[in-house]
Design a protein. Structure first.
Lengths: 166, 764
């Protein structure tokens, strides 16, 4: 954190649990979870695409459910468990089944929407919404990909869902 | 595992890793774990945050800027206006033409488009900068704006003579033709809408400037910064390790780039400036809106006698953009008579720019719709119509095609799609309340070429490093260059690391026009070949080399091990050999420049587009080709269109990595579906503002909009197009998708929509 920051009188001292680690953070109440992650905690895997809740690039898990970090204030997640793309693989570096499937199916090109797609896909499968290609398309429709990796994303989610079931 | 199995496995992996193998992205693991740090995600000490303030009028003057409230807001370091920002020098354009203006101010006093930057706020935090920017009060003297091409004030525009293409007597032949079609085709203003917004971090150390900015052209942008600030080119370092999508939009240093770099200089602190999403719709140009008329005259057998084409595209009041609308019109079909002319019309917009296949994309919408109309008029199958008029050579350049697998594309696509089962009459394939339509269209993109260079290093541990200032924005540059180096040197891909996106590496020109892969595989092939020659030369001749006593003429490097091709004598890993001769590196720089290239020519080759090689150079005309087959389902009651099936057969020459090429093709097809059905920049007629400048109202295709897409490669190696036989991939596949969908919608409904996007109100 930058020492020169002018602290406003309304600064909050937050304790956030991100990827199983505790972080103490002094921020203004208006700071979003997304900017807290990217600008304060240097966890830049969570991407800012629109900052308006329209693109899904900032999707993270809060208590296991997918949320948009750009529409969530950092203060809202105190006492809750936040998982970002950096915390998805095992400690030993073994990729999550969804990550491995994204690589194998070439489910990304530029990679900028990818962390959000992967976090969304993990939740989509957990929610039980990966039963068919049709259902995957629908429940992954909140994550935009301008490179147009959609057919490969569907293939990756289908593959990972099968692996996680078996 | 048996020895036999091991050999088998090794050869399988060698095939996968060689050029042409379906290797997964080598940059993939970083991207799927969040470890890939994009340009403006660098973490710097003392970083300040800048936010730009955009004009709320589209034409007029800034009369006053009240900065008092902003200046006293918490955390604010500076409020910059045209009066307080440091003056820059005028920079040359991308052709290298010097600026007409000696100075440049990136904040405008005279406003020529809505959203144009008029002020900027720099603060300690992003939140403080955003809050203070809202306190800046700008006064205007507004004058009426020319909002778009349909504005009564727009006029007929300026003729662009360079766009005129004519042979025969097109007007007379059209008038005399027994069968004629003539119609107008419109495309709206469209946006690239890359998921990563534009932005940068700028840092000065003395008179050395480092810019972390997503960039399709490090060397060109570095030149612009150097000229703005009057520092030597070498003093500017552009860093862009990953680019979150560009689609043509990220090749130039723009006004906001100048604001950030200037603020960093004035404040003596690194400054980060990222455009918010609405600003990404006004701070740089999307695809210009276009209007075309296409008239085709044919005989009763469907043979084209004449094509008359007229086009206009919008450009800015104070900047020029020409979207070449006759580019496909003039080469797709054989015709004895042809005329194409184009005007540009000035409106109050930011200067339009390149979006995937600029020119070819709207051009194909015109000609590929018109040929479908002619086919319907004559009662000829639209696929047959295209074969009847197949161009056996380039009709404009009158040169042989280097390769043109378009006939093969039509055949393979039709077979996979089941085109033979199409019922010719419109509205003749209903399915309940849905009308099914099948459409076909062709696409093409020229093989744009220039030169490139690369450095290949073999290090003491046997690893190989490839360096280039070219970039990877998702096309797969990291991967195909690793494959090229690995195959050329005879080492596993796991031993190769490719470093891109740093302007201090070996030079590269713009990544645009689908030219990077052909150029850079050629440069790496050459550099790696030189490194291999040096390695083998040392092994044969160095007195410390264990191979020296073999007295052999050559040696082989396979799977990272050096041996005699006849299997006699020692076998050493590259690392063991380097240790034996006491070397810690072998380094070679390869380039594709002609011999005797001067330093000035080399600089111009990489920092301007003036040195591009024409695709019709010499005796060949070089293009990629494709044929799209599309099925749509139109709800008869609601007029909603869904694309339910796409089969595309494409000729991109040899594919360096089919897995990644197929992904790019699908991406182009999907962007084309957006263009056909969803995407349209809507301008407010009172103030000339883009009213849907965000990702919810400017609708991109979502996952739920996209059906299964089948792509088929019909390309063959094209030695006239590139060193390793590839043609263009990235831009090709979007060309022809919109007309294929429009043609399918006509087949479904009997209604011809000539004005994109095809929205429901145009069908009911």
């Amino acid at each position: 954190m930058n020492d020169q920051v002018t602290i406003s009188p309304t600064t909050l001292s937050l304790h956030l649990t991100i990827n199983g680690r505790d972080h103490a953070l002094d921020v203004e109440p208006r700071v979003t979870l997304l900017d807290a992650l990217r600008e304060r905690l240097h966890l830049t895997g969570t991407k800012k695409g629109c900052d308006q809740g329209q693109c899904g690039a900032c999707t993270v898990h809060v208590d296991g459910e997918r949320v948009l970090a750009c529409l969530t204030l950092a203060a809202q997640v105190e006492g809750r468990s936040v998982t970002t793309i950096e915390g998805l693989a095992d400690q030993d570096g073994t990729l999550h089944a969804v990550q491995a499937a994204f690589l194998e199916q070439d489910a990304f090109q530029c990679g900028y929407c990818t962390p959000g797609q992967i976090m969304s896909a993990v939740a989509c499968i957990r929610e039980g919404h990966a039963g068919s290609d049709e259902e995957i398309r629908e429940y992954m429709a909140g994550n935009l990909c301008r490179c147009g990796a959609y057919p490969n994303i569907v293939a990756a989610v289908r593959q990972a869902a099968q692996e996680l079931r078996s | 595992m048996t020895v036999h199995d091991m050999k088998h496995a090794a050869s399988d992996s060698a095939r996968l890793e060689a050029v042409g193998g379906r290797l997964s992205r080598v940059d993939g693991p970083a991207k799927i774990t969040g470890a890939a740090h994009y340009a403006f995600e660098q973490q710097l000490e003392g970083l300040a945050h800048a936010v730009v303030v955009g004009a709320t009028i589209a034409a007029g003057k800034v009369t006053a800027i009240d900065t008092r409230a902003a200046e006293t807001a918490p955390g604010v370091l500076a409020v910059l206006t045209p009066d307080t920002i440091m003056q820059l020098k005028g920079a040359s354009d991308w052709f290298g033409n010097p600026s007409l203006q000696p100075t440049y101010c990136p904040l405008a006093r005279e406003v020529t488009y809505s959203g144009q930057h008029v002020a900027a706020v720099v603060a300690e935090t992003f939140e403080q900068a955003v809050a203070a920017a809202a306190l800046v009060k700008v006064g205007y003297d507004e004058i009426p704006a020319i909002v778009d091409l349909s504005d009564g004030k727009a006029g007929d525009g300026i003729p662009i003579e360079a766009m005129t293409k004519e042979w025969g007597d097109a007007q007379a032949a059209f008038a005399a033709a027994p069968v004629r079609v003539c119609a107008a085709y419109n495309t709206p203003r469209e946006f690239q809408a890359a998921m990563e917004p534009h932005g940068l971090i700028a840092r000065w150390e003395g008179d050395e400037l480092t810019i972390w900015e997503p960039s399709q052209w490090l060397d060109g942008m570095a030149r612009t910064y150097a000229e703005w600030f009057g520092v030597p080119f070498e003093n500017v370092r552009l860093v862009s390790p990953y680019i979150g999508g560009g689609f043509g939009s990220k090749a130039l240093a723009l006004a906001h780039s100048a604001v950030a770099a200037t603020a960093a200089k004035m404040l003596k602190r690194p400054v980060k400036l990222v455009l918010n999403r609405p600003q990404n719709f006004t701070s740089y140009g999307g695809r210009a809106a276009t209007r075309q008329t296409v008239a085709i005259g044919a005989d009763r057998d469907g043979l084209i006698q004449s094509i008359v084409h007229r086009g206009i595209n919008e450009t800015a009041v104070d900047g020029m953009w020409v979207e070449p609308l006759g580019s496909v019109t003039s080469i797709m079909y054989a015709t004895p008579n042809f005329s194409s002319k184009q005007n540009v019309v000035r409106v109050n917009t930011v200067v339009p720019g390149a979006k995937r296949a600029p020119g070819e994309n709207p051009s194909a919408f015109g000609i590929e719709s018109a040929i479908d109309e002619l086919a319907h008029e004559l009662g000829i199958d639209p696929l047959e119509m295209r074969l009847i008029n197949y161009a056996e050579q380039d009709p404009h350049a009158k040169k042989a095609w280097s390769t043109r697998q378009l006939r093969e594309a039509f055949a393979a696509g039709a077979e996979a799609f089941g085109w033979a089962k199409r019922s010719p009459k419109p509205r003749s394939m209903p399915d309940g309340h849905q009308l099914i339509g099948w459409g076909v269209a062709a696409g093409t993109y020229p093989v744009r070429r220039a030169h490139g260079e690369a450095v290949v290093k073999i290090l003491a541990d046997g690893s190989v490093v490839v360096e280039s200032s070219s970039i990877d924005m998702g096309q797969g540059t990291y991967t195909i260059l690793a494959q090229t180096a690995a195959e050329t040197l005879g080492v596993p891909v796991s031993q190769v690391s490719v470093k891109l996106g740093d302007s201090h590496f070996a030079r590269a020109g713009v990544t645009g026009g689908s030219r990077l892969a052909g150029i850079m595989t050629g440069a790496v092939y050459k550099a790696a070949g030189q490194a291999l020659d040096e390695l083998v030369g040392l092994a044969l001749s160095d007195p410390r080399s264990p191979f020296q006593k073999l007295q052999a003429n050559t040696l082989q490097v396979r799977d990272g091990r050096i041996a005699s091709p006849r299997g006699e004598g020692p076998e050493l890993s590259i690392a063991e050999f380097m240790a034996a001769i006491g070397r810690n590196r072998i380094e070679a720089k390869g380039d594709t420049l002609p011999p005797n290239t001067t330093p000035q020519e080399r600089y111009a080759n990489y920092t301007t587009i003036a040195k591009s090689i024409p695709h019709t150079e010499g005796e060949w005309s070089r293009h990629s080709w494709c044929a799209h087959f599309v099925e749509v389902r139109v709800d008869e009651d609601f007029g909603t269109v869904r694309v339910s099936r796409v089969v595309s057969a494409l000729d991109s020459g040899r594919l360096y990595n089919p897995k990644l090429a197929e992904s790019q093709w699908k991406g182009g097809i999907i962007m084309g579906i957006g263009q056909a059905l969803l995407e349209e920049g809507i301008v407010d007629r009172r103030h000339g503002r883009i009213v849907n400048g965000n990702l919810a109202d400017y609708m991109l295709p979502t996952n739920a909009d996209i059906p299964d897409i089948q792509t088929i490669s019909v390309g063959i190696p094209d030695a006239h197009s590139s060193a390793l036989g590839g043609k263009g991939v990235g831009e090709l596949a979007i060309v022809g998708i919109a007309p294929a969908i429009a043609n399918a919608v006509f087949h479904a409904t009997g209604k011809r929509v000539r004005d994109l996007p095809i929205t429901l109100e145009k069908l009911i």
